[in-house]
Write a protein that binds this ligand. Structure first.
Ligand code: BES
Ligand code: MN
Length: 456
């Protein structure tokens, strides 16, 4: 690959790259909703078509869920192999009324494209797809490539984890690039050194056999909603401490050096107030905000269902109430141990006449740490600096990428976790967007990275 030629093609092809990226954004590949299964497959097939068009050997990995796109080019014998991970599935777009333009009609405003999945994570892998297209046109990448782009990241699934476990020995690679992160500071690229894990649960409280008249039975019948409220209130106190027994037992604090390096990033409470739009922050005030965000475990309620939530009044004691509750986990917490303790604690909070059932939704994801003292990370840092003109930051993130642990276990190769979208890009929120300049810089990053890697 002639570096300057690839970069030149990238610059000239920006309009076409945007058009292809926007077509990808038009596909509502919402993995969590069964009615969008065909759209997930369409997104996978769209990627497949692009990879084949540019000369990759590509196929769909099938399993019990949405397919993973596998695309390879092994035309640089003797050179390193880079495996690139991404996900084409997206979160549900609701609440729809808060979108300024429809979530699956990509719309450009002030240099940003607004669409569900623009940032998390179609912009990330599409920028890389375009980079390898241009590398192919400029004589072929200087290293060997394998893309694995799954469709189950946001919902949890077994297709890619199963493939990695089965095929691990045939997927030898020198480096794994997990391309599903984001910058923590606007305009400053980073290499992510740790992800939180997650256990996602549903807690169901049942009581009376049917919904009851609250006049006729209020005062005697157990109310599952009241019990659920008591239960939730008991899980976490107002000082941000999770009350699940043993929850903090295995938590390992980051080193003093790591904490000090985060202080130097200059991310202040003020930034977080702006990003959240909330009038105040909360949590464990005895820990610095970045530690709370990246290296402390926590618990959040995502939604509560049951009873009457329509217009007007309906006087009913509901027979059932459910809540979706997840816990973010940090090294060295064990998701299964935490889940068992959580489930037992919830059950102990049942009130007379109610029953509490807990189930896990999706596979548990353990927390991950990822070293950056290797040639693949140094090459990434150099490529980022060349494109953004800023040194990279080394920091963790509070989000989870469940399949990361499967890559570590099955391939054991040094890993780089990063991404091109910006803080405040609205991942999982209404009006998610990607700055187009950064989408193109992502492409330039990967072109330069391929060039750097050929020399390690
Ligand atoms: N891209 C995110 C993970 C992420 C978040 C990386 C913030 C860097 C910064 C990923 O798509 C994601 O949202 N993961 C889910 C996993 C969950 C549904 C099991 C998450 O963290 O909620
Ligand atoms: Mn996400």
């Amino acid at each position: 690959m002639i570096l300057n030629q690839a970069l030149e093609i990238a610059r000239e092809s920006r309009p076409q790259a945007e058009a292809d990226y926007f077509d990808h954004l038009r596909i509502p590949s919402i993995s969590a909703l069964p009615q969008h299964a065909a759209d997930c497959r369409r997104a996978a097939e769209n990627l497949l078509r692009h990879f084949r068009r540019i000369g990759f050997d590509a196929s769909l990995v099938e399993g019990n869920g949405h397919p993973t796109v596998r695309a390879e080019w092994m035309g640089a014998p003797g050179k390193p192999v880079l495996t690139v991970y991404g996900h084409y599935d997206v979160q549900p777009p609701d609440p729809l009324e808060l979108w300024e333009s429809p979530p699956f009609q990509p719309t450009v405003r002030e240099g940003k494209v607004y669409a569900r999945g623009a940032a998390d994570s179609k912009g990330n892998h599409f920028a890389c797809l375009k980079a390898v297209e241009y590398a192919m046109a400029a004589g072929g990448p200087a290293v060997n490539l394998r893309f694995l782009i799954e469709g189950e990241e946001e919902g949890g699934g077994s297709v890619l984890p199963g493939f990695l476990e089965r095929e691990g020995p045939n997927l030898k690679t020198d480096f794994v690039l997990i391309d599903d992160g984001s910058f923590a500071v606007e305009g400053h690229p980073d290499l992510i050194t740790g992800l939180r894990g997650i256990v996602y649960t549903e807690v169901e409280v049942t009581g009376p056999a049917v919904d009851l008249h609250s006049g006729g039975f209020g005062g005697v019948a157990p109310n599952p909603f009241n019990t659920l409220a008591h239960l939730i209130a008991a899980l976490k106190d107002r000082a941000g401490h999770v009350k699940v027994p043993g929850f903090y037992d295995e938590v390992a604090r980051p080193s003093a050096a790591e904490l000090a390096s985060w202080e130097r990033l200059g991310i202040t409470e003020q930034h977080l107030l702006e990003e959240t739009g909330a009038p105040a922050l909360e949590g464990e005030l005895e820990y610095p905000v970045l530690e709370r965000r990246w290296a402390r475990p926590t618990l959040d309620v995502h939604g509560i269902r049951g009873g009457f939530t329509g217009e007007g009044t309906k006087t009913v004691i509901p027979a059932m109430a459910t809540a979706k509750i997840s816990m973010r986990l940090v090294p060295d917490q064990d998701p299964v141990k935490v889940y068992e303790s959580f489930a037992a604690f919830c059950q102990s909070l049942a009130t007379p006449g109610t029953r509490v059932a807990v189930r896990m939704i999706g596979p548990p994801a353990p927390p991950v740490l990822c070293g950056t003292d290797h040639a693949g990370a140094r090459a990434a840092a150099a490529a980022f600096e060349a494109v953004w003109g800023q040194p990279v930051g080394y920091l963790r993130t509070g989000g989870s990428i469940p399949v990361t642990i499967d890559f570590q276990r099955a391939l054991g190769a040094p890993m780089i976790i990063t991404g091109f979208n910006q803080p405040g890009a609205g991942a999982h929120s209404p009006n998610e967007h990607m700055t187009l300049e950064y989408f193109h810089r992502g492409t330039e990053f990967l072109i330069r990275y391929l060039d750097e890697l050929a020399r390690v």
